[in-house]
Design a protein around this ligand. Structure first.
Ligand SMILES: *Cc1c(COP(=O)(O)O)cnc(C)c1O
Length: 431
């Protein structure tokens, strides 16, 4: 295949020669970085493979159980695989955990008791956790059960407020929640190393405090996970990185035997714990998705870096910056006007394998203070390891995007977004 043939293939999908060439010029400058990402994926692929081999994953693991799900060898082996990958004593990996928020709520609610205090030393947690904790009053929140909450914000430069954290830890402090990814906030994402330093500091003050990490969007971005640096629990969603795009539902909690057992007792029932929970026919997608996850995460990471470099060079503000190190797969681009956000999302939608023909429009989503536009043409509904973008229609008009099951698809989506911005006259010159 010649470069011309590739360019013509893109042209047949609506990418102009100018946009294609611009993408190629950006790409040429990213070769070394992409090589490093591939090395990380290679390392993590071996980590996953080794865990599967050591746990003797076999054909019988891929079929499921029904009813109570007693002796579900596939489910139990998968949890062993997760525990090996994250280097934890135990793991709970279930389709009955409906999403990331559910996994986090489960980890918190099962390990906290009335009178305990929860501390976030990294500022306000992810939006949906506000109701779980009771920061925004909600039925069944931790606050309703007499669990108090304390928060120490990051310092303006993004660093930990160690003094504030020391002062916030008291005799009631039982569990510390640390969010690895910035999510849709503007603070920097934490590296695993930074999280390790924070955990060491906290355990230096109070050794028996449970340190939990919200690991959403962070899995396999680095070669170590927070549980390698003494996190007692790492928690995440299977429709993000570790599901590899194949898991259609699910969440995980990896951690100490006691923490995981507490979570299992609350997910099912005291006394039953991990012993029940039929896997039905879902396990093959969990195993296969986990197997693909290191390279899928690498694809998403390349997409984020490619976009940051394209849009920063064109004069837009991007976060993280084009050459910043990456600790999660989310990329924010600020357009400063609504038309930019809309055109970007239209481009991402038009690049999708599913629903490419629909036009995304801003709508009043429950729980948000401004209309939100979303682009998602995913095989798994709401999956954000698949190429997707969303932005609230309010200043500074920032779009957040993430995912891409394959690098070519992530690249195409970003070229489509650039083409849409050009077609709308929002970018007139590529330089
Ligand atoms: C996505 C996410 C969650 C919540 O996950 P859902 O599956 O959307 O409920 C929690 N924390 C962070 C940092 C996330 O990115």
């Amino acid at each position: 295949m010649t470069d011309l043939q590739l360019q013509q293939q893109y042209a047949s999908l609506g990418i102009s020669e100018a946009v294609f060439n611009y993408g190629e010029s950006i790409l040429a400058s990213l070769k070394d970085r992409f090589d490093l990402i591939d090395r990380t994926a290679e390392f993590n692929q071996m980590k996953v493979l080794k865990a599967m081999q050591e746990s003797k994953v076999r054909e019988a693991c891929l079929t499921g159980t029904t009813g109570y799900g007693y002796n579900d060898i596939g489910r139990d082996t998968l949890e062993e695989v997760y525990a090996k990958i994250f280097h934890t004593e135990d793991a709970l990996v279930r389709p009955q955990i409906t999403c990331g928020t559910h996994a986090l709520a489960l980890a918190l609610m099962s390990n906290l008791r009335p009178g305990d205090e929860l501390l976030s030393p990294v500022g306000k947690p992810y939006d949906t956790l506000e109701e779980v904790i009771g920061i925004r009053p909600s039925r069944g929140s931790l606050a309703e059960y007499g669990v108090t909450y304390a928060q120490v914000d990051l310092k303006p430069d993004g660093s930990f407020d160690y003094e504030g954290i020391r002062n916030a830890i008291n005799s009631k402090t039982k569990l510390v929640t640390i969010q690895r990814s910035k999510g849709y906030a503007t603070r920097p994402t934490l590296s695993v190393e930074q999280i390790g330093e924070l955990i060491a500091f906290i355990k230096g003050i109070k050794p028996d405090v449970i340190c939990m990490v919200d690991n959403c969007y962070g899995e396999f971005v680095e070669t170590i996970e927070p549980s390698d640096l003494r996190a007692d629990m790492v928690v995440g969603s299977l429709i993000k990185n570790p599901g590899g795009g194949l898991a259609p539902i699910g969440g995980y909690i990896c951690g100490t035997k006691e923490c995981v057992e507490n979570a299992a007792y609350r997910l099912t029932s005291p006394g039953l714990g991990k012993e029940v929970g039929a896997s039905l026919g879902i396990l093959q997608s969990f195993y296969q998705g986990l197997f693909l996850s290191p390279t899928v995460t690498a694809s998403a990471l390349k997409g984020a870096i490619f976009a940051a470099n394209i849009y920063e060079k064109l004069g837009f503000s991007v976060f993280p910056a084009a050459n910043a190190p990456r600790y999660d797969i989310i990329q924010a681009v600020t357009f400063g006007k609504p038309e930019g956000v809309i055109a970007f999302c239209e481009g991402i939608q038009a690049a999708a394998p599913v629903d490419s023909f629909v036009t995304p429009e801003p709508w009043d989503m429950p729980g948000y203070d401004a209309p939100v536009i979303m682009a998602a043409g995913a095989f798994v509904s709401g999956s954000s390891i698949e190429l997707s973008a969303d932005g609230p229609m309010k200043p500074p008009y920032t779009v957040f995007f993430q995912g891409g099951l394959t690098w070519p698809h992530a690249k195409f989506g970003i070229l489509k977004s650039l083409q849409a911005l050009m077609d709308a006259g929002l970018i007139t010159e590529l330089s």
